[in-house]
Ligand binder design. Structure first.
Ligand code: GLU
Length: 272
């Protein structure tokens, strides 16, 4: 249900706000006034942001989102989670469909032209996922001529084009779960994105896939919010810092990444 509210919210005018990007309208105030928050997440990435069969949401990003909401005075039950696919994140923020986004969202200079980021709250690395019996893909070079899947609007797809696999046959899909289906049925030879996401898929499908273990990039996950909302950014940074200091960050990271065999790194330093 929350997946469709993305489109619905776009025409509903949100929570009384208007379209002008006035500097005074901070998400901190909106959270206080409304007692609720709309938070963008992924819903098909196990360990990060996943919709469960009962309609709930779980994962590291979901825990980060809930922690921030709590610090902003919003109870868990008053969070509306909204699916924000990779290619739609900047737009969702700019349109006001969401108050902020926690969705394996890498901080980049290009994105910073449109949105602001709090954090970073996690450091991941781009990697490759292949079928368990495939020994032909061992690094970026061996992708030449292979069908490589990644997702539109992601840094993963962009890095392939700009940097390390320009001769791969890149197929850009709308979501990672579609790429995973393609990998399983042979439509593609490899799936590339953050190792966090790939580890989640490998763990969910024991024995079918394996990570290559190539650290192809640094992906610093940030919390995306409306450009110019300095108050919101500071409040979210404070929440992330507190989550790190009181042990909740590590507990959440171990809960969601540990079972997938993903070695939890040190929390990154927050850019104030
Ligand atoms: N972290 C990368 C990005 O923000 C890849 C994962 C994703 O698409 O969410 O583009």
């Amino acid at each position: 249900m929350a997946a469709t509210s993305f489109a619905l919210a776009a025409c509903g005018g949100g929570n009384g706000g208007d379209d002008e990007a006035s500097g005074g309208d901070s998400l901190v105030q909106r959270a206080q006034d409304a007692g609720s928050l709309k938070i963008g997440i992924k819903i098909d990435q196990p360990g990060i942001g996943l919709q469960t069969p009962d309609g709930g949401y779980e994962g590291f990003d979901v825990d980060v989102a809930k922690y921030i909401a709590k610090e902003l005075g919003v109870e868990e039950g008053n969070i509306e989670f909204v699916e924000t696919p990779s290619a739609q994140r900047e737009n969702a923020i700019e349109r006001g469909d969401v108050d902020f986004i926690v969705a394996s969202y890498s901080i980049t200079d290009e994105r910073k032209e449109k949105v602001d980021f709090a954090g970073p709250y996690f450091l991941a690395h781009q990697d490759l996922l292949v079928r368990a019996d495939d020994n032909s893909i061992t690094d970026a070079e061996s992708l030449n001529g292979k069908k490589l899947c990644s997702v539109r609007g992601s840094t993963s797809a962009q890095n392939v084009k700009d940097d390390f696999a320009q001769d791969a046959d890149l197929q850009e899909y709308a979501g990672y779960s579609e790429c995973l289906t393609g990998l399983e049925n042979g439509a593609v030879d490899a799936l590339t994105t953050d190792d966090t996401i790939l580890a989640g898929y490998a763990a969910q499908n024991a024995g079918k896939f394996k990570l290559v273990g190539a650290k192809l990039s640094d992906e610093n996950y940030g919390v995306g919010l409306r450009k110019g909302d300095t108050e919101g950014r500071t409040a979210i940074n404070d929440a992330i810092k507190k989550m790190q200091d009181d042990g909740s960050w590590e507990a959440a990271a171990e809960t969601w990444f540990g079972p997938a065999g993903y070695e939890v790194p040190q929390p990154p330093a927050i850019e104030q």
